[in-house]
Design a protein around this ligand. Structure first.
Ligand code: URA
Length: 204
């Protein structure tokens, strides 16, 4: 049961209990996913980045933020002067939700019920890591912490205390991939970088 899962985590400090996550049946998303994608990072990381769910690449690799959104995130981290491997990276939902379009697998946003079901894993990570700062990427990550009905626009780049933890919300990096306009894309990446820097200062 739960005790065994915690022991497995400690034996493998860089990744959180992947085998236990693979066995998760708390919602239906496991059925069409390749891997459950666990959070990743140092066991003593002070700052957590929280995304939405694995994408196509992450599902195949079983690792967080290795696809196009991860590249945008890396750009923002580089601008902020933060090493990715100093952070703990995870997602609100651990399995990829998608629909087929030809041979492509298109991202589908997780439902609130799926976010809630996966809260089991997020709570486990938070309890283990006790991060000083969480940077939420996009609306799903914010609502995974605060519940639905939260408007991302009202929280963007405004740090607030959530229990003992500072939370700062920013855009999801994939938002930059969806805007055609290069100047707007640039603005999004730089505002993500600014929030990462704000978080990093508070985590110091
Ligand atoms: N988008 C996310 O939210 N998380 C990932 O790991 C990859 C893409």
């Amino acid at each position: 049961g739960k005790v065994i899962a915690v022991q497995a985590d400690h034996a493998q400090p860089e990744r959180s209990a992947p085998s236990v996550l693979e066995a998760c049946r708390r919602c239906g998303l496991w059925e069409h996913a390749t891997h459950g994608v666990p959070g990743e990072g140092p066991a003593r990381a002070r700052m957590m980045l929280l995304g939405e769910q694995p994408g196509d690449y992450e599902d195949l690799a079983g690792r967080v933020f290795v696809g196009p959104a991860g590249q945008i995130l890396d750009q923002a981290l580089q601008r902020a002067g933060i090493e990715r491997n100093a952070l703990y990276l995870s997602n609100a939902v651990k399995h990829f939700k998608w629909k087929a379009r030809g041979k492509q697998r298109l991202h589908v946003s997780p439902s609130q019920a799926e976010v809630q079901a996966c809260g089991y894993w997020l709570q486990e990570e938070l309890a283990r890591l006790e991060p000083a700062v969480i940077v939420t990427l996009g609306a799903t990550a914010l609502s995974a912490l605060l519940g639905p009905e939260r408007r991302l626009a009202e929280y963007l780049a405004k740090p607030f205390l959530w229990g003992q933890t500072w939370v700062i919300a920013t855009w999801h990096p994939s938002y930059a991939l969806r805007v055609g306009n290069a100047a707007r894309r640039e603005e999004i990446v730089s505002s993500i970088a600014q929030v990462l820097q704000m978080g990093w200062q508070r985590a110091a």
